[in-house]
Design a protein around this ligand. Sequence first.
Ligand SMILES: Cc1cc2nc3c(=O)[nH]c(=O)nc-3n(C[C@H](O)[C@H](O)[C@H](O)COP(=O)(O)OP(=O)(O)OC[C@H]3O[C@@H](n4cnc5c(N)ncnc54)[C@H](O)[C@@H]3O)c2cc1C
Length: 489
Amino acid sequence: MTSSTSAALESLREALPGRVINPDGDASASGSADFTTLTNQPWSSTCWQTAAGYIFPENAAEVATALSIIKQTGIKFVVRSTGHNPNPGFSSIGPDGVVLDVGKLQSSELVDDNNGNNKIAQIGAGNRWGAVYDWLEEQGLSVIGGRDPGVGMGLLLGGGMGAIPNLHGLGTDGIAGFEVVLSDGHIVNATPQENADLYRALKGGGSNFGIITRFDLHTHPLIPLQYSITLYNPTDYTNINRATLNLQETMESDPKLGSFTNYQPTFVAVGLIRAGDEAASASEGEIEAFKPFDALESKMMTVCPTTNGTIGSLAKAMTHAVGEDKKKHIGTLTTLPSETLYNEVNTAWREALDLLPKDAVLHYTIQPVGSACVREGEKKHGGNVFGLKAVPQCWWVFTVEWPRESTPEDDEAARKSVNYLREKVEAAAKARDQLLPFLSATFASSEQPVLQSYGVENVEGIRAAAQKYDPEGVFQKQQAGGFLLRDVK
Ligand SMILES: Cc1cc2nc3c(=O)[nH]c(=O)nc-3n(C[C@H](O)[C@H](O)[C@H](O)COP(=O)(O)OP(=O)(O)OC[C@H]3O[C@@H](n4cnc5c(N)ncnc54)[C@H](O)[C@@H]3O)c2cc1C
């Protein structure tokens, strides 16, 4: 650790007693676990970097104090919500900087919206989706958020793909307002009425402007769901793809439908979801749109039987293992739906499997998004900056997971497998004019040009907001990573 980093930490400790943890400091500060638990919190062990210190502010004023000292001392920093982003340097940093962890911002409050219609859920930035759903569902309410209970609110900054994206849009589209700490120490609200330019830019522009301390989300009366997760044999990919595309087509006339199709080497996991009272009271096999999957002979087993539940109970059913130490690398693309393309992706994936190092797993997911999802985003609360086309589309996620005890050659090979697959899919989609520009920040690797994918006009809006609300460029110069304007040439 350099002397300037030590001095910055000393200032942080003085100003925020009990909120800063560093290797030589008070490990019991903030009631947190030991230092290793903090360094090893991120989902991907590629991000298990040891920072000079971890700051745990407990309210927006403490975030402002921490940010002022970070700015004054010029120290490098990252903001962490729950660290599920697997890009090193986004919510993790090495010994030359500090992690500002918003995990202690655990507030949750229900307030009336301005029109006295629906309630707004004011959710501290340190909450996780599982806790949010539990709290709201007890009160007969739903919000649109993530599909894994352990993931945090950071998901909202890059889109927020939920279980039923076509019904009320993306998670981001349901944001009524943000509480933001700016680099000058001011705590501001960003809503369609107040700092409206910042509000819009934050809906996709991510970590370019300030630290979000609270997300205010529009709630809906409890959304009942019916869902199931079934495994199929991957050799039957042509029929599985056809069934996926049939369902995707039906989604255009039925926005209550959602699905995912995740290809793994030994199985294909298909999640089928329908919202609404009639779905939740339907008996097994009754939902017409799911019948092409019921007819598949390649069914291997049911991992989640047909269940009448909620967004929260579905998230619980989709819980990923916690405490895994695998390394991960991801990538994304957006394309039009197409049977030829979906089959070509499968062929490219099988080619990419040959590039993998020992004990690595490469998998990919078809995430259908309908035109209704995009239209919801456009019409709701001033829109977002994603620049999405209102057409049926697929948000692809390519993921490789490999052992932590790997050689640099293994690391290189693992990353190459995802990049190979991504490039093949991109070329195939481009050749048939089926490639869409959008890249989802929540599923992209750090080298993908996410902000540029939103289009020139949206980037200009993001840039103008960043210049206005962070005129000295603290978030560009001192933040270690993220999809930042400094990388948009
Ligand atoms: C198991 C798993 C399930 C997932 N499921 C979904 C899903 O259903 N839908 C979906 O859309 N995505 C999903 N994702 C992707 C996920 O949305 C992204 O990885 C997201 O970045 C993680 O959010 P986080 O809260 O952990 O943020 P972090 O990883 O902590 O941070 C991500 C980025 O946001 C910034 N950031 C976080 N909080 C703040 C803040 N308060 N203020 C300013 N900047 C901040 C960080 O600096 C960083 O750049 C999933 C990922 C995993 C690993």
